[in-house]
Design a protein around this ligand. Structure first.
Ligand code: ZN
Length: 329
């Protein structure tokens, strides 16, 4: 299992395992996309691997964990369609902690998105965290420490994940088939989060949506009424079926990053912080033409559009309004 970045975290975990064995509970903290869940599975492999150099990745135990069919390793996820993990969802696992492992040395219970555990569910976990069965290791994976009750977080060993330097990320993306320019852009867009960059790389339609949106934006300013409406209609057409809402959110996100780049460039002229590396020519041109006023206004309009979308306004109308106003600023 190759995990990008945070090598030191895994090294530290291995050293502490060799020194004093596993902690009964860990709290993996950091932004989403940094490899926390994959590292939790890697830890489960290290704890149950039958080879001398652990985790080997090829023994029956490591393979079962990689294929999600090891009887002692459970990944608890937020149930589909629910906003959080409730007390009913954790009860079954709490009961299971009383049993010894079926075939491994340790039962490993990984809770993904632990920040969504309800307060009731967290309280239900307290007893397990206070008096853990000797063979069980719990890993709470969370993008927010403050979402957890202090009584919960203080009983776990914290492990903090850092973002991956862009150079490291773009080299890896190139190795996985990205064109050099796309790799650089993705590494910056993802702001050091490998999971986010790989998500873009694997989801071709999302990448195309982003590129098309930026093509439209570059030609939108100063456009007449009709071309502006046409842009809105074409953006609206890109949104398809059930994913229409997420696609629109992705379009707005792309716009936001573009104008953030533009504001930065117009204000300071420094190109180092630009994330849309493949659009530097357009950004330079627009920064010279419109100064800081345009991106500031555009960012306000985008904030409004997001609010309208959250208030369940019709997506097509939100886009029409946005394109019309953007064309005039
Ligand atoms: Zn192994």
């Amino acid at each position: 299992m190759k995990i990008l970045g945070n090598q030191k975290v895994r090294q530290g975990l291995l050293e502490s395992l060799a020194r004093s064995g596993p902690a009964s509970s860990y709290l993996f903290l950091g932004d989403s996309g940094l490899g926390k869940s994959r590292t939790a599975l890697w830890l489960a492999s290290a704890l149950n691997c039958s080879a001398e150099e652990r985790p080997c990745g090829v023994c029956p135990s490591c393979l079962k964990i990689a294929h999600s069919n090891h009887p002692d390793v459970v990944v608890q996820e937020r149930p589909a369609g629910k906003t959080g993990i409730g007390v009913g969802d954790v009860r079954e696992q709490i009961a299971a902690t009383a049993y010894r492992p079926y075939e491994g040395r340790h039962r490993v219970w990984i809770v993904a998105e632990a920040e969504t555990l309800t307060e009731e569910a967290q309280n239900a976990l307290l007893k397990t965290l206070e008096e853990p069965p000797g063979t069980m290791v719990m890993v709470l994976v969370s993008s927010s420490e403050s979402a957890l009750l202090p009584t919960v977080s203080s009983r776990c060993r914290p492990v903090r994940f850092q973002s991956v330097p862009p150079e490291e990320l773009w080299r890896e993306l190139e190795e996985r088939g990205a064109e050099p320019e796309q790799a650089r852009t993705l590494a910056h867009l993802a702001r050091g989060r490998p999971g986010v960059a790989l998500g873009w790389l694997e989801n071709k339609s999302l990448w195309e949506l982003r590129c098309t949106t930026l093509d439209f934006l570059s030609g939108l300013h100063g456009a007449q009424l009709w071309p502006a409406l046409e842009t809105a209609a074409r953006l609206d057409k890109l949104r398809a079926g059930e994913e229409a809402r997420q696609s629109l959110a992705a379009v707005l996100d792309t716009c936001r990053l573009f104008y953030r780049d533009l504001l930065h460039l117009a204000a300071s002229g420094a190109e180092g912080a630009v994330v849309n590396r493949d659009r530097l020519d357009d950004l330079r041109r627009l920064a010279t033409e419109g100064g800081v006023a345009r991106p500031r206004k555009a960012l306000e309009l985008l904030l409004e559009a997001s609010e309208h979308l959250q208030a369940n306004l019709n997506g097509r109308l939100v886009l029409q309004r946005l394109c019309l106003h953007l064309s005039r600023c």
